[in-house]
Design a protein around this ligand. Structure first.
Ligand code: NAD
Ligand code: DAU
Length: 338
């Protein structure tokens, strides 16, 4: 383990990164925080505005080698969240996914190698592909990689770069592969915030395909506490899977959101399915629990969802600017009510 005095957080203006920055500032106030974020359509400076000068914000690209080298040289740990993160966008235009997720990770790895800085790589369960609905198994750190989409294949590629840099160059790195996050500051393109904000706008929620796809939901704060457990106590070179036993199919999630708004359970529309749509993700988080002593704090999805709905109701100023452009993008990608 390393005593972290100065942490560099990439993608800190995005959903999970912004929650990680808040958690770090609130719970580890002795640590100096620098955020590097390109402020793409998914990055929002407003997500960090309340922190004022308690953090240093650098507006820049992780593919900018000179900038990355300078920032990494000054830090003693890097947590890498920055990515193109949305599957639907990756089907429409994969180019920025290869650039940011693969080339950007490469630039960071070269810098942490040069300056011998501790590195944590934030990745996804989607690298393992999908499971059948009736498969009793869950993903573990020995499940073979089998990604389906341009997004998940670029995340898988970046994980493999990290593994090679550990083995070949002795880079002090760990990897985490987490399941689907929910909570505040999530972009309105993603499933849960899209439906919540649709309902606030009086629009019916939209379910891809038959709605039978299963995701393994975890609250973003539980994900971020697991990242800190790995930074504090994780073994260099290891991959840790993060999940909170939160499997639910999409139709059930829509049902719970509708219930929160006092609407009927069938008050939604089926729309065009996502090409190559992964059926089910499920994480076995045993090593994180038994070896690192991590436990999720959000065990009741309904309660966590109610809190998230309340956050979106109270923060319309935060999500409103992105809403209509997001819906226009879905329409332009050909989404239609079935
Ligand atoms: P997000 O899309 O909300 O945020 C991504 C952030 O990265 C944005 O602030 C964006 O401006 C920034 N960024 C993009 N390209 C950049 C570049 N070239 N240089 C610098 N900054 C750049 O994503 P998220 O949902 O917060 O995901 C964060 C990380 O967690 C990603 O690596 C993702 O693969 C991983 N992850 C996400 C989930 C999930 O459910 N959302 C689950 C597991 C893992
Ligand atoms: O599993 C972790 C991954 O979770 C992360 O790596 C990704 O960055 C993150 O975006 C997320 O990927 P998904 O593709 O699972 O998330 P998304 O929110 O796009 O969709 C969740 C499920 O809901 C999926 O089965 C597709 C479905 N869906 C999505 C939208 C936007 C709908 O039914 N309707 C919708 O409007």
């Amino acid at each position: 383990s390393v005593t972290v005095v100065h942490i560099l957080i990439t993608g800190g203006a995005g959903f999970i990164g912004a929650n990680f920055v808040h958690q770090t500032v609130e719970e580890r106030s002795d640590i100096r925080v620098t955020v590097l974020d390109a402020l793409t359509y998914a990055g929002n400076r407003a997500s960090l505005a309340d922190l004022g000068d308690r953090i240093e914000f650098v507006h820049g690209d992780i593919c900018d080698r000179a900038l990355v080298d300078r920032l990494v040289a000054d830090a003693d740990a890097v947590v890498h969240f920055a990515a193109e993160s949305h599957n639907d966008n990756s089907l429409n235009d994969p180019w920025p996914f290869v650039q940011t997720n693969v080339v950007g990770t490469f630039a960071l790895l070269e810098a942490v190698r040069r300056h011998d800085v501790r590195y944590h790589h934030v990745s996804t369960d989607e690298v393992y592909g999908d499971l059948e609905l009736d498969d009793p198994g869950r993903f573990t750190d020995t499940t073979p990689y089998n990604p389906s989409s341009p997004y998940s294949s670029t995340k898988a590629s970046s994980d493999l770069l990290v593994r090679a840099w550990v083995r070949s160059f002795g880079v002090r790195a760990t990897i985490s592969n987490c399941s689907n996050n929910y909570g505040p500051y999530q972009h309105v393109e993603k499933f849960i915030p899209r439906q919540i904000t649709n309902l606030i706008d009086g629009v019916r929620p939209r379910l891809y395909g038959a709605g039978r796809n299963v995701r393994d939901w975890i609250h973003v704060d539980d994900h971020n506490r697991a990242v800190w457990a790995i930074l504090d106590r994780g073994e260099i070179g290891r991959t840790y899977l993060i999940g909170a036993d939160g499997e639910l199919d999409n139709r059930s999630v829509i049902g719970l959101i509708l219930e929160e708004f006092g609407r009927d359970a069938d008050d939604f529309d089926f729309v065009t399915d996502r090409p190559g749509h992964d059926l089910r993700y499920a994480i076995d988080p045993t090593p994180l629990r038994t070896e690192l002593g991590w436990e999720p704090r959000y065990r009741d999805f309904r309660a966590g969802l109610a809190q998230t709905v309340a956050w979106y109701r109270a923060h319309e100023d935060w999500w409103r600017p992105a809403k209509s452009a997001t819906e226009q993008t879905y329409a332009a990608q050909g989404e239609q009510v079935e």
